[in-house]
Design a binder for this molecule. Structure first.
Ligand code: GLN
Length: 500
């Protein structure tokens, strides 16, 4: 029998082959470790990379997979490699959120999602690069250098989960975890031509995720096709006694194939406010042809108006920075990470010096903004007003599903395709504008995903965003699965050598 090349298999097929004993977890691990090692210099997807250390840590897991196979216990992710965003704790591994301040920090425990991945038989292959503390939209705010887009190295991978999206796109790994506070799974998924899901707030435990905006943060899956996205989502979702914001509802396994095999009876809505100024004409065209495909599949398409979504950017950047300024107060040089070595400092000066040396520019900017909007005298004018506006946005979005009979909202994931490295680093506002379509789902707490819907004239991927009511992940995945049959996954970028 010819040897199976693990890269050509979906995660689901890979797990099946390992469970049947046709592939050994150890050889899959070596195969993917070599890919990461070889491709690392091209894309900078992984940080704190130490191949020997990763291989060593996998020994126990590889043994556990073998034992499960002898016991005929099916593991849904047996031998499937996955890379983890640098803000999710894996016991004993560095968890630095791509920050200088946390670079020496090793996690003392596993996040709940990591425990679940280990129990499902996954192989943890490396930490992925990100914008520092998940603040950014291009992965250029990392203390470890930017990630390069696998479709064109001069372009950004998106952010903040840029390393995760690029690693999946470049087939360095079949799966990755990201986190999404305002679009950080979906926007890089869109820029890199892969699939990414931000679950309903509370659907996936946040225990062991370094907090950015606690009322907005969710961990979620990235994959190269819908089936794999659903497979990983099913492993991650569920209640958790260690996260009081995790929902008690027990999820059922996702059923992808609709009985009818089409989208008949589905009401899909575009959002008028998302189709105007700032939307690139090629992205608009691509969305129009995606809508045409959905109509051919039997869906009804309508347009709705959600006038308050126009406030998403200011509302998000007030609430997220307010929460961040409080969450990041714990990084003081005493409890975690690096401490300034400057001699002769008293305690207060040491805090100040550590934070000045450790945090990057964007993180400092956000801490200052967040502290300002929370300060006495401004609290009502900014934080309170934004919190009230968030409720308006939430009700407006819920109303579309409840009162107007809409099943799924669609939009482009981002107004443009991946921009060039350096293009927006000097202009925070234009950077923030690249999140204009993704923020509302976090503010409303609803599930949203991105899937490829085409390429622009430069060959860069364009992403389609699907949003649904709370806990309707399965509906989004089903629609995406039907759409994927007509718009298949993007394949492997030309930059990736076929023989590795
Ligand atoms: N790009 C957005 C920001 O910079 C969202 C980040 C995220 O989702 N973590 O805040």
């Amino acid at each position: 029998m010819a040897a199976i090349d693990p890269t050509t298999l979906k995660a689901s097929e890979l797990a099946a082959a390992v469970n049947r004993g046709e592939l050994r977890a150890g050889s899959v691990a070596d195969h993917y470790l070599n890919r990461v090692e070889t491709l690392h210099p091209l894309f900078n997807c992984h940080i704190h990379w130490d191949k020997a250390e990763v291989r060593n840590e996998l020994e126990k897991q590889i043994d556990a997979i073998e034992v499960a196979r002898y016991a005929k216990k099916y593991l849904p992710l047996a031998g499937v490699p996955i890379s983890i965003k640098d803000n999710i704790m894996v016991e004993g591994q560095i968890a630095a959120c791509a920050s200088r301040l946390l670079a020496p920090h090793r996690a003392a425990y596993d996040a709940t999602v990591i425990q679940k991945l280990k129990a499902a038989g996954a192989l943890l292959i490396g930490r992925t690069n990100m914008d520092e503390f998940a603040m950014g939209s291009s992965n250029e705010n990392s203390a470890f250098g930017p990630v390069h887009n696998p479709w064109n190295r001069r372009h950004v991978a998106g952010g903040s989960s840029g390393g995760s999206a690029a690693a999946v796109a470049g087939s360095l790994v079949p799966l990755a975890l990201g986190s999404d506070t305002g679009g950080s799974i979906r926007q890089p998924a869109s820029f890199c031509g892969v699939y990414g899901l931000k679950p309903t707030y509370g659907r996936v435990s946040r225990y062991g995720l370094v907090a950015f905006g606690s009322s907005l943060d969710q961990i979620g899956p990235l994959a190269r096709n819908v089936e794999d996205l659903a497979l990983l989502y099913d492993v991650l979702a569920g209640p958790d006694g260690r996260d009081s914001t995790a929902s008690q509802r027990v999820p059922l396994p996702t059923q992808l194939a609709l009985p009818s095999g089409n989208l008949k009876g589905l009401r899909v809505a575009t959002i008028r406010e998302f189709m105007g100024e700032g939307l690139d004409s090629e992205v608009r065209k691509s969305l129009e042809s995606a809508l045409e495909t959905m109509r051919q599949l039997g869906a009804e398409t309508v347009e709705v108006s959600l006038p308050h979504l126009a406030a998403s950017i200011p509302v998000y950047y007030i609430l997220a920075t307010a929460e961040a300024s409080s969450n990041l107060a714990r990084f003081d040089g005493v409890r975690y990470g690096a401490r300034s070595q400057k001699p002769g400092l008293n305690l207060k000066e040491m805090y100040l010096q550590t934070r000045s040396e450790g945090f990057g520019r964007e993180v400092k900017q956000r801490i200052m903004l967040g502290t300002y909007v929370l300060s006495a005298g401004y609290y009502d004018a900014y934080y309170n007003r934004a919190a009230r506006m968030r409720e308006v946005i939430k009700r407006e979005m819920e109303g579309v599903f409840e009162k107007e009979g809409v099943h799924v909202l669609v939009s482009p994931t981002a107004p443009t395709t991946a921009f060039e490295l350096g293009q927006k680093t000097q202009d925070s506002l234009s950077m923030y504008l690249s999140d204009v379509y993704t923020l509302a789902a976090n503010l409303a707490g609803i599930p949203a995903m991105s899937q490829p819907m085409g390429k622009d004239s430069k060959g860069l991927p364009i992403g389609l965003q699907l949003m649904g009511p709370s806990f309707a992940e399965e509906r989004l995945l089903q629609v995406a699965y039907q759409f994927e049959r007509h718009q298949p996954p993007m394949g492997v970028p030309d930059l990736i050598p076929s023989q590795l």
